[in-house]
Design a protein. Structure first.
Length: 410
């Protein structure tokens, strides 16, 4: 990426997932990447305004303070309030919200026709400075959608009437039906994601030559033809997205926001080859390509912390501890009456593996299965069954993890 080229940062919509974008910004700052244009939809328009103001510490403070009650003016009564955990419907939906909570929020949204914009308006009044946005050398654009025509509006700061930037940010962020449409000069507007959830058009129209886009994988219209256009016309085009579930878009949780900022930072550093990995993060070139895949899947399988940067040594030490603990569980799994044949070495290994696959997720955990395969690979590294294409398709993650464990841990 050439630093003398016009650079755009395009921030997708995604509600509470927006904390991820602040992590992306942190990484870009550390990498010394100058941003000339910021374009955003929904929460991307909020974060974009903070970037144009060059208020990084203030943006971090905002996300560290945000919780759902600050955004949505919902008054949950005792009847609609979430029930105690352990009840029939206390499972989780996405990250950080139970089925009961989701039901309570849904009832309130329907009753009121959506939350009002008063919570977001109060936040913008505290954190957004229209004068600073207008005087900034960084160009700024956002999207919103007009009702009832559903006509998309792509607006740059110079096209927004004086005193109305916060209004248009609210309009861009009014996620129907959870949030009521926002009225500006007698016209109702809703979330820009109904037209363009990752608004590359705003960057392309401004002649951006370097484009960095953040896709939070939220519900909305993804204009794939604009992604193709960016690939063809821009000198540099990268999409930053997470391999992890970033959580429910309507649930603003402070601990998850901290997690998302960290993931956004690490994913950006991986995009620019400072670190490597898909789910997990390792110093660049710590592993060759094949070993990196195995290390990544092994870390994922044993549920390591994705916000940590792992060296070879720290990864192997952590995995060794996890394997030791899992072997105790594995022994109990395999000694169950209906599993005992898996320990019978007189059986062909192919049959034992076949039985293991049938028991996966029901009586045998994926961790135990990977250890079982790794043990066999340790004894017979060239086992044709475990190096076949069919095995790679059937048990791809477990097999890749097992190869890593056999070569580096066991």
């Amino acid at each position: 990426m050439k630093s003398n080229k016009k650079t755009a940062l395009v921030l997708g919509g995604g509600g509470a997932r927006g904390a991820y974008e602040i992590g992306v910004w942190q990484a870009l700052r550390e990498l010394g990447i100058r941003i000339d244009i910021v374009c955003g939809t929904s929460v991307g328009s909020v974060n974009g305004a903070m970037i144009v103001q060059d208020e990084f510490d203030l943006a971090v403070k905002l996300w560290q303070e945000l919780d759902t009650s600050m955004i949505f003016d919902l008054n949950l009564s005792k009847q609609s309030a979430p029930k105690a955990s352990g009840k029939k419907n206390s499972g989780r939906v996405g990250r950080g919200i139970s089925l009961d909570e989701a039901g309570a929020y849904a009832r309130e949204f329907l009753k009121k026709g959506g939350a009002s914009a008063s919570g977001l308006a109060a936040i913008l009044d505290k954190y957004i400075d229209e004068e600073a946005i207008r005087s900034s050398p960084i160009e700024y654009g956002l999207t919103t959608v007009e009702l009832p025509t559903l006509a998309p509006h792509y607006l740059y700061k110079e096209e927004i009437p004086s005193g109305k930037i916060a209004d248009y940010i609210i309009a861009s962020s009014s996620i129907a039906p959870a949030v009521q449409p926002h009225k500006i000069d007698g016209i109702d507007y809703i979330d820009g994601g109904f037209a363009d959830v990752v608004p590359l058009e705003l960057a392309l129209n401004k002649g951006a030559e370097n484009i960095i886009a953040v896709n939070l994988q939220a519900v909305g219209i993804l204009r794939r033809e604009k992604f193709k256009e960016a690939e063809e016309s821009a000198d540099f085009f990268e999409i930053i997205t997470s391999a992890w579930d970033l959580g429910n878009v309507l649930v603003f949780d402070r601990s998850n926001s901290r997690r998302l900022m960290r993931l956004g930072y690490l994913d950006t550093m991986k995009t620019f080859r400072i670190f490597s990995g898909n789910f997990y993060t390792f110093p660049h070139r710590s592993f060759d390509k094949k070993t990196l895949i195995g290390a990544d899947y092994a870390a994922k399988l044993f549920e390591l912390d994705p916000t940590v940067i792992y060296t070879k040594d720290s990864l192997n030490e952590t995995l060794a501890d996890k394997i030791k603990a899992q072997r105790r569980i594995m022994k109990r799994e395999l000694l169950r009456k209906d599993n005992h044949t898996l320990l019978d070495d007189s059986k062909p290994f192919k049959l034992r593996i076949s039985e293991s696959v049938n028991l996966l997720g029901e009586k045998l955990s994926r961790k135990s299965f990977a250890i079982q395969i790794a043990d066999e690979l340790k004894k017979e590294p060239d086992n044709h069954l475990l190096t076949s294409r069919a095995a790679s398709k059937l048990i791809r993650e477990e097999l890749a993890a097992a190869h890593y464990l056999a070569a580096h841990i066991l």
